[in-house]
Write a protein of this length. Structure first.
Length: 210
């Protein structure tokens, strides 16, 4: 009976790169270097950067959870690495494809959390955010805790995360929040869901914006 019930349920296939850890690390390093240099900044090849890339690469080839969070202070490469994951995934031409305004095929859509707030009253856009199979949310935590919509208090970010948690949709996140700040902003319910859905990688290095 249990097998019959399990058969009725569908488990989402985790997002992963079809590479060895070593290949993934090389690809992500190259994509990160390209991202940094495209912003007219010099790539700093230090042990912290190498360690961050190695940990992310291991997750991308053998994910144990269906999400990834890059956490740490401002300016230490989290957003650049998220974009590097996106560009490296494009390079690999993975299964899912969406189209941007320029009709470019991409596998991961990245949005700044402020855009979620800006579009929270646009039902169609919020549905796109919710249902995109591979979504990156940049700078989660800098948005206001609550939004007033026609007198009703709502939190579109929490609604988005809960939907994606329920549907087991792959979500990449960057944040500057500490664990205590995250729990205070989003509450125990979301924090508990994150423990289940998100592998967290903490960036211990300081800012590269010098």
């Amino acid at each position: 009976m249990k097998l019959q019930l399990l058969h009725q349920k569908t488990s989402k296939e985790y997002f992963k790169w079809p590479l060895t850890p070593e290949q993934a690390e090389d690809l992500l390093l190259a994509a990160y270097m390209a991202e940094v240099e495209s912003r007219n900044r010099g790539f700093i090849d230090d042990s912290n950067t190498r360690n961050n890339i190695s940990r992310i690469a291991r997750h991308l080839v053998a994910p144990k959870k269906f999400g990834l969070m890059l956490a740490g202070t401002c300016g230490n490469g989290k957003t650049s690495l998220l974009k590097a994951i996106q560009s490296a995934t494009n390079f690999l031409n993975l299964k899912y494809e969406v189209r941007s305004d320029k009709e470019e095929k991409i596998a991961i859509s990245i949005i700044d959390v402020k855009d979620i707030i800006a579009n929270c009253k646009d039902y169609q856009m919020m549905e796109v955010y919710k249902k995109t199979p591979y979504l990156g949310i940049d700078d989660m935590g800098k948005e206001p805790k609550e939004v007033i919509d026609y007198g009703n208090v709502c939190n579109p970010v929490i609604d988005l995360i809960e939907y994606r948690y329920d549907k087991q949709l792959t979500t990449f996140i960057t944040t500057n929040l500490t664990p205590d700040e995250f729990k205070d902003k989003y509450g125990e319910r979301i924090t508990d869901r994150f423990r289940e859905m998100i592998e967290k990688i903490v960036f211990n290095d300081g800012s590269y914006r010098r």
